[in-house]
Structure formats: C-alpha cells, structure tokens
Design a binder for this molecule. Sequence first.
Ligand code: HPA
Length: 274
Amino acid sequence: MGKKALKQFNEAVKFLKKQYKETPTIGIVLGSGLGDFVNEIAIEKEVSYEEIPHFPVSTVEGHKGKLIFGKLSGKTVVAMAGRFHFYEGYKAQDIVFPIRVMKLLGVEYLLLSNAAGGVNPSYKVGDLMIIKDHVSLFTPNPLIGKNLPEFGPRFPDMSEPYKKHLIEKAKAIATAHNFDVKVGVYLAVTGPTFETRAEYKLIEVLGADVVGMSTVQESIVANHAGMQVFAMSVVTDEGIREDENIITHEEVLEAAKKAEPKLATIFKELVAAI
Ligand code: HPA
C-alpha cells in the first residue's frame, strides 16, 4: 500500500468521473441473490469492473460485476452489482478498493446488504435483520498495513459501526410496512465452507445472531473514511437447527431472492429519508 495505492485510487476515480459527471452521495453494495435491486435504480451509467483501472474482477455466480450510477428516490447513487469476497482469493485491501473509490467519488452514506446464516435460534429463513454491530475477529482487517491518512486515522473508533439514526429510520420504515425486522449482530467468517454444527453453536455463544462471508471489511474501511454505514442481512439458512441441515449456495440464493422485495422497500425508503 502507501503512495502507489493512492495513485491507483485516483486513477480509478479519474476514469469514473469521466464516465459519469454527477456526484453520488449514497453507495450501495448488493449481496448474494440480492442483485435485482438494481432494477429499482433509474440507471444513467453502467461501468463493468473490468473497465475500471485497478478494480478487482468478480468471480462468483450470482454476482454481476458492474458499477451502476443513477437515481434512486431522487438521490444520486452508485451501486456495486457484485462484491468481492475474501474466499475468492482477494486480499482484504482489494475487497475494499471499490468502497474507497466511492468515498473519493463523494459518497457519504454506504448501504450494504448480504445473505447470512441464522444462528439466533428464533431466526427463520427469509427473516430480515438490520445489523447493529459486528464481529470481524475471524477475517483479516482491511486496514492492516501502512495507514493511508488521506482516508482516516491509524486507530479508528468502531463504537458505532452502523449508525443509530439510520437504524432508527429503517425500523420505522419496516414498522410502517408491517415487516417483522430483527436487529442483531453479524459475525464474519472467511468461507467458502458453510459452518459445521459446532461452529454455528460457537458463533451463537460469541454473541452473534447471523454469520456471513462479507460486509465487515467494507464497513471497516467505510467507518475509517468517515462514511455513515447501514447494513441488512437476509437470513437464508438456519445454522443452529438440530435435524438434517445441509446448506447449499442455491438455497441461499433462492431465500435471498424471496426476501428481496422487502429489503428493496426498506433501502429505497431509507435512501429517500437520508
Ligand atoms: N454461513 C456463512 N455465510 C453464509 C451463510 C451461512 O450459513 N448463509 C449465507 N451466507
């Protein structure tokens, strides 16, 4: 990292500013099976990840791999259709490259979504959970290495990684629509294996309500850079079940797709309220 990295960010930003003249203030990252949300955006410009200097390229099925610029609820937004995961083999710094590019483009609010496994025994497949806090002790911290003071401090505070005022707004939106939305803790793992029964139990003991393979690294760099973060999980499987419990990627995608309309409503109205 260091000076060279900053140059790379600037090259990516310069390229994107040529492609799209307006300043997005809200960034959105769509999780597995949740990519259809882009249909809610009045798209003004799409840029494939391959075209953007220094951008990593997405490899996972169900992740499209483009940056989408346009209007949502009257706001100028930029959305990542397809995110990068540690299990794909990227370095933590590469996973968060797009988030820092968003910051340099002018993004102040970051909305993240993901598919996650439920470990809170009361959670059911299809439940939505607003993330109020996270545990990222099992995945590499993307800020390891030379600090880039242009983005933020060496030792960032993480006492409110998901902004309370955004959580309150989202809860109010959910209530207005009669959506039953949980509020809980997300624990991140590297994947790509789903957890063993013993691991799901351990994760619950550690204070988490859901477990997933994304989000925390993006949240960390966004917090580092002073962005306001909001995140939601769709519960796509129940890790803690005692009976036969084989978890597949297909099942995860299907459950996410089913829950997506509710999540889309919350994101859309939250963007309007920001
Ligand atoms: N574990 C980890 N990541 C996940 C899961 C899970 O059960 N479901 C969806 N993403």
